[in-house]
Design a protein around this ligand. Structure first.
Ligand code: B3K
Ligand code: ZN
Length: 850
């Protein structure tokens, strides 16, 4: 066990910083083992803070070479987390020189090296590993940076200044917090373009990559230009510097980072060619490029007062990127995908030991709170706000937000106040979405009497750690009505439910309609509603709300699977016929049909069983799901074969949504057909594929039915020189392995020389692949639990952030039977008891164990 428990930071303890900063000047003398960082910072007392004669600066792992105040050398008191020094009463200049070693920085936070290039990651608290500084988001300042280094390309934030051989200067006029600082130096080449903003500003756009990768940047560049245009058109927000740089790096703890004017990306979310990237990769690149770009206004120009307000920038920016993707592609398909992701990650979090409010109240390590709750539920909350106030008022409020708070570090209170001022509404109750954790349950009961339909809604939110009692939340419930003949009756009503229970009566003129509840997934809640299989099938066939049409099929599939597992029932023909009708309906978007055809995953089924008071048996779930796939394949063999042929996309590959949707449906058909054709079509598709979507899709289809060894080997031979494609290979094998072989297969793969486990993408591919194989992860032997714990223990001292994040593999441990619970608990305790365990991982396993 650790010697002393690290202290939690509390929202309630916020105090403004003692000083303001007028300017920051940094000089970097780059060297892998001994980089020197010189800082000159102009401080003045903060009128909003309690005055004091001491200055506290954050700093970790820094060797102080010298320090001076107003040109006079000083000797600050240095401890593990920073320094304290006496300062004059008024304004003063702080100067310091420190030494750091980027080459040995494996945590990938601060200044580090990836494949021979220097790069930085400062959010949330990495800047303190670069120099002594008030490393908190409410301290904003303009930065001037000088880089001296033996590298052809030297980049930092803002606009470029003087450049000479081995020296570059950058100037960022927009005040920013230190977490948005970035520096890159390396042997890089640019894919360049230009953009003229609606304000007439000429912007040079560059995507910097390693030589050889420049032909894989076109899609990211196109996505960037579309994002810039969209933010002007939809939010009236233009870019504000003369250059926008993006750099792709191979070693990165997450997806990407919105540093001002210098976004740094995991190369996985930049580099794409038809041969190496799937449709899904292209879609993610588009979404993440947009997300980071949109942060320029929601995050950078207006930032967070403290890290508890993280959802202020993340929830809003996710919401904006979802809107963008919906506009670029199909809005209904994007909505379903967003909800799938929300349920898969956020509901899972909200219903387990890691549940926390969208705005958390305390943390030990802030990096542990870049969660699905802050991001995805945070985005849902914005979506609800927009639904409640209406589109016009939403954009009016956003304009007020940008006008009122530009250049500031804000809170959720500031955000809601803008909406209150713009609309005159009181949002006190709505605010509970930010402060109460847990997923509300919405019970729906219907009665038809006296020619009227009465709907009674009851909300409740189960207790979550630290939050036992829940108050009613404001839930917008969109309700539509379908005539028994299948057409729409009345208008869709948005009911703003603010009490525990509400009853509404609709005059349906003597006809008993089928209600379509929570259209568009109008709130992030779990609907509990008893419908017959016939009613669900009716909604699947007739609902005009695409989300609820899909949802009806989804609910039906879950009920069928639960009945197969719990009562050994055969899948009813109504379900099979319903799916067949969707499959055969050429008026429906192929991407939508592909989503309807996809069965819920095993983890989702496990959660459904658990919610229904049953203990999920991973083997039974696995077997039932496969049985249902086989049944579907047999029942739908003819339309599947027709669809497979009809959805072939002629001509050269294009990543557009239309072509991608056809390929998605074709792959859905291929996957099912594999159960009855022995993988024949998949094998020939694999052999003929000229793009990664079809190649990897065919391989996955083969692996799912226990075939594909030969193709997996061929894939490895073909792609051994491509890191990103090899990540797919490392992931697919454990992911699709037979449950009893998954852990052993992972172990063997982890012994390969090309299992570069210090690279987060590679580690996440292999270990995440095993974790994604539900029955493999939970194999009764417990081998997978033990193997994952071994690897997390090994990674923790090298990269705490990635380790901590991956401990969430175990967050559902309480769902399972006593044996499995005990094995998972043992794995978690083994991690918890490691001497010197990181604060990151320590906090996570502590919370998971509860
Ligand atoms: N803001 C970054 C995430 C930083 C994570 C720090 N552990 C990327 C994003 O959300 O856009
Ligand atoms: Zn973000």
């Amino acid at each position: 066990m650790k010697d002393s428990a690290p202290v939690a930071i509390q929202l309630a303890d916020y105090r403004p910083f003692s000083h303001l900063i007028d300017s920051v000047h940094l000089t970097f003398r780059l060297d892998p083992a001994a980089t020197r960082v010189l800082s000159r910072i102009a401080f003045r007392p903060n009128p909003a803070a309690t005055p004091g004669d001491r200055l506290r600066l954050d700093g970790e792992g820094l060797t102080l070479i010298s320090a001076a105040i107003d040109g006079v050398a000083v000797s600050p008191e240095i401890d593990d987390t920073g320094l304290t020094v006496d300062v004059p009463e008024g304004a003063f200049i702080w100067e310091a020189e420190v030494e750091i070693a980027p080459a040995t920085n494996t945590a990938l936070e601060g200044l580090y090296m990836s494949g021979g290039m220097y790069c930085t990651q400062c959010e949330a608290e990495g800047f303190r590993k670069i120099t002594f500084y008030p490393d908190r988001p409410d301290v904003m300042a303009p930065f001037e940076v000088r880089i001296e280094g033996d590298m052809p390309v030297l980049l930092s934030n803002g606009n470029p200044g003087a450049t000479a051989n081995g020296v570059a200067e950058w100037s960022d006029p927009w005040p920013k917090p230190a977490y948005l600082f970035a520096l890159v130096a390396g042997d890089l080449v640019a894919h360049s373009d230009r953009f003229t903003t609606c304000e007439g500003r000429e912007v040079a756009l560059n995507i910097w990559v390693r030589p050889g990768d420049e032909d894989k940047c076109a899609y990211a560049m196109d996505a960037l230009k579309r994002s810039m245009k969209w933010d002007e058109d939809v939010y009236g927000r233009a870019y504000d510097l003369s250059v926008f740089n993006i750099v792709a790096v191979d070693d990165f703890n997450m997806g990407a980072m919105e540093n001002k004017g210098l976004n740094i990306f995991n190369s996985k979310y930049v580099l794409a060619s038809p041969e190496t990237a799937t449709d899904r990769d292209f879609e993610l690149i588009e979404g993440i490029i947009a997300h980071e770009y949109f942060h320029n206004w929601t995050g950078n120009r207006i930032t967070c007062r403290d890290w508890f307000q993280l959802c202020l920038k993340e929830g809003l920016t996710v919401f904006r990127d979802q809107q963008f993707s919906g506009d670029m592609r199909s809005a209904p398909v994007k909505r379903i995908e967003s909800v799938l992701a929300l349920r898969g990650r956020q509901f899972r979090e909200d219903n387990g030991p890691l549940a926390h409010p969208v705005r958390p109240e305390r943390y030990v390590e802030i990096n542990n709170f870049y969660t699905a709750t802050v991001y995805e539920k945070g985005a849902e909350v914005i979506g609800m706000l927009k639904r409640i106030v209406g589109d016009d008022a939403y954009y009016k409020a956003l304009n007020l937000y940008f006008d009122r708070h530009d250049g500031q570090a804000c809170t959720i209170e500031d955000w809601l106040k803008v909406f209150e001022d713009a609309t005159g509404r009181d949002l006190t109750q709505f605010k509970r979405w930010y402060t109460q954790p847990g997923t509300p349950r919405l019970k729906v009961e219907e009665r038809f009497e006296n020619n009227r339909l009465t709907v009674t809604l009851t909300q409740s939110t189960p207790p979550t750690p630290g939050h036992q009692e829940k108050l009613p939340q404001l839930i917008p419930v969109a309700i539509g009505f379908l005539h028994p003949k299948g057409h729409e009756m009345l208008e869709t009503k948005v009911l703003e439910m603010d009490k525990v229970q509400e009853t509404v009566t609709f005059d349906t003129q003597g006809t008993r309609p089928v209600a379509s509840i929570l259209r568009g997934f109008s709130a992030p809640v779990i609907v509990e509603r008893n419908l017959t299989a016939q009613q669900r099938a009716f909604l699947l066939a007739h609902d005009t709300d695409p989300f609820n049409k899909w949802e009806a099929g989804r609910a039906l599939a879950k009920e069928v699977l639960v009945a197969m597992i719990a009562d050994n029932q055969a899948p009813p023909s109504g379900f099979l016929d319903g799916l067949e009708a969707v499959l055969r309906d050429d008026t429906l978007d192929p991407a939508f049909r592909a989503l309807v055809l996809a069965l819920p995953g095993e983890d989702d089924i496990a959660q459904t069983l658990f919610d229904g008071g049953l203990t999920p048996d991973p083997d039974a779930i696995h077997a039932a799901r496969r049985r249902l796939l086989l049944t579907l394949a047999e029942h739908l063999s003819e339309p599947l074969a027709i669809t497979y042929d009809a959805m072939a996309v002629p001509g050269p590959y294009s990543p557009d949504a239309h072509a991608a949707g056809r390929r998605a449906l074709r792959l859905a058909a291929l996957g099912l057909l594999g159960w009855i054709d022995g993988g024949e079509r998949a094998a020939s598709q694999f052999a003929d594929a000229d793009n990664m979507t079809e190649q990897a899709g065919a391989l996955a289809a083969l692996m799912t039915i226990g075939a594909g060894d030969e193709q997996a080997a061929a894939f490895q031979r073909q792609w051994s020189g491509d890191r990103l494609v090899m990540d797919k290979w490392f992931m697919m094998q454990p992911l699709y392995a037979a449950p009893d072989r998954a852990a052993q297969m992972t172990r063997v793969l982890s012994e390969r020389a090309d299992f570069d486990w210090k690279n987060p993408n590679r580690f996440r591919s292999l270990i995440g692949g095993l974790a994604g194989n539900h029955a493999g992860l939970h194999a009764a032997s417990g081998d997978a639990y033990a193997l994952i714990a071994d690897w997390l223990i090994r990674l923790d001292p090298v990269n705490p952030q990635t380790t901590a994040r991956m401990t969430t593999i175990f967050e559902t441990w309480r769902r399972y039977d006593a044996d499995r619970q005990q094995m998972m608990r043992r794995a978690l305790e083994r991690i918890a008891n490691q001497p010197g365990l990181s604060r990151d991982t320590g906090e996570m396993v502590g919370r998971i164990l509860g």
